[in-house]
Design a protein around this ligand. Structure first.
Ligand code: CS2
Ligand code: MG
Length: 402
């Protein structure tokens, strides 16, 4: 089998997605997601100018070799743009191999370790009582694990919360919005929210929270300690991730489990976190960390050190990534949980897929390959629109992590 052609589809059915389609001389094609929120066209150009010309004529079954060709062969290793581009190629090749062998991708990754994938959803409220209402709505939908984010008294806007009545979406069209931040107000407020959720809904619910990179290590240590009575499933991204040693300081102070990794793109972002057992859940995602091929190696390393997966699953990852993640989660032993932020129904129409949600779990179908397609006609009706993630400043105007 040979790769004959590859093309990119950049579309915006409510939000932007970049999709790579690889075609072969046997009529089989594969899909890969290359979406990097707010930097979509950088990845599309990288693929178009530098990767696609080198793909033509290769045997799509040689997944490891093709991966190394684009990773080692570029000389300039790592980085989110490069790794998202390689991920799209890698996903599409696994899709092709599954279709060619007439089997779902999870069978190529070791077979089924489980039949259902526990997911967590988002309960985002403008204030404490609104957040409690939204938790209730999600419990009614059957979710067993819920991430709570809330507006904070005295802070005009914060991560993860939309204006009342609107659906939360990280990127917005036009230039970046600015939000403001106060660590002090946040740290004082959060334990009240966790306590209110536990008082109202009891202990069975898995309770999660995303600090979104905003604390220093010692502040994160206080956060984790204050949260201990409410036994969170995890605190996510407590600190900015560049410095792996930060996590030792947090770890030394608290038993609240730690999840990190949605912006990681290589094993070298997390090798110490894993081998020194400084985290509990790895949130790397297939699209931003080079694809299924490298993540399999990372997950196997993590298994040895009791670190489980908890893959990123926000709406800015397309249904192609969601499908790839579900195949992956089905196969690996050390699966923990999967994030589920449902796509707009229009996105599901543009990307018809073979997975579904029921009563707190996701289920992957048994179509060959990844089990996702792209409706090209429908996609062409929604052209790319520039959108950015917000930026964030402290109350005195200093730029801060968003
Ligand atoms: C988030 C994301 O889902 C999460 O945990 O941290 O919403 C993140 O902000 C976006 O994916 C950024 O594009
Ligand atoms: Mg997050």
């Amino acid at each position: 089998m040979k790769i004959t052609e590859a093309k990119l589809v950049v579309c915006s059915p409510t939000r932007n997605f970049v999709t790579l389609i690889i075609y072969t001389d046997q009529g089989i094609y594969g899909l890969g997601d290359a979406t990097l929120n707010g930097r979509e066209l950088a990845v599309a150009t990288y693929l178009e100018e530098y990767c696609i010309p080198c793909l033509i004529g290769r045997n799509p079954f040689d997944i490891e070799d093709i991966w190394q060709y684009f990773y080692k062969g570029a000389y300039w290793k790592r980085g989110p743009v490069t790794m998202s581009a390689i991920a799209a190629i890698d996903m599409a090749l696994w899709d092709i191999k599954g279709k060619a062998l007439n089997t779902p991708v999870y069978n190529l990754l070791g077979g089924k370790s489980r039949d259902q994938i526990m997911v967590y959803c988002h309960a985002n409220g403008t204030d404490l009582s609104h957040t409690l209402e939204v938790v209730h709505e999600h419990l009614e939908m059957g979710y067993k694990a819920i991430r709570v984010q809330s507006g904070i008294p005295g802070i005009a806007s914060t991560y993860g919360v939309a204006a009342k009545g609107e659906k939360y979406e990280p990127a917005t069209r036009g230039l970046p919005h600015e939000s403001s931040w106060s660590t002090e107000k946040y740290l004082n407020f959060m334990p009240n929210l966790f306590s209110a959720v536990r008082n109202k809904y009891g202990d069975n619910l898995h309770l999660l929270h995303d600090c979104h990179h905003r604390l220093t290590p010692i502040e994160a240590a206080r956060f984790g300690k204050d949260a201990e009575p409410f036994h969170l499933f995890w605190m996510e991204d407590p600190v900015s991730e560049e410095l792996q040693e930060s996590f030792r300081l947090i770890r030394n102070h608290t038993t609240t489990p730690i999840a990190v990794g949605e912006i990681f793109n290589s094993v070298f972002d997390c090798n110490r976190l894993i081998t020194e057992q400084l985290i509990d859940y790895l949130r790397m995602t297939i699209v931003h960390s080079g694809g299924i091929t490298p993540l399999q190696k990372i997950a196997h390393l993590a298994e040895v050190y009791n670190v489980r997966t908890g893959f990123h699953g926000a709406t800015d990852l397309s249904p192609v990534t969601m499908a790839a993640a579900l195949h992956f989660n089905t196969a690996i032993h050390n699966f923990g949980i999967q994030e589920h932020m449902p796509h707009d129904p229009l996105v599901d129409e543009v990307f018809p897929h073979d997975y579904h949600f029921n009563d707190g779990f996701m289920f992957i179908g048994d179509k060959p390959g990844l089990g996702v397609d792209l409706d090209l006609d429908l996609a062409s009706k929604y052209p790319y629109q520039r959108a950015f993630l917000p930026v964030n400043r402290r109350e005195d105007g200093t730029m801060w992590n968003w």
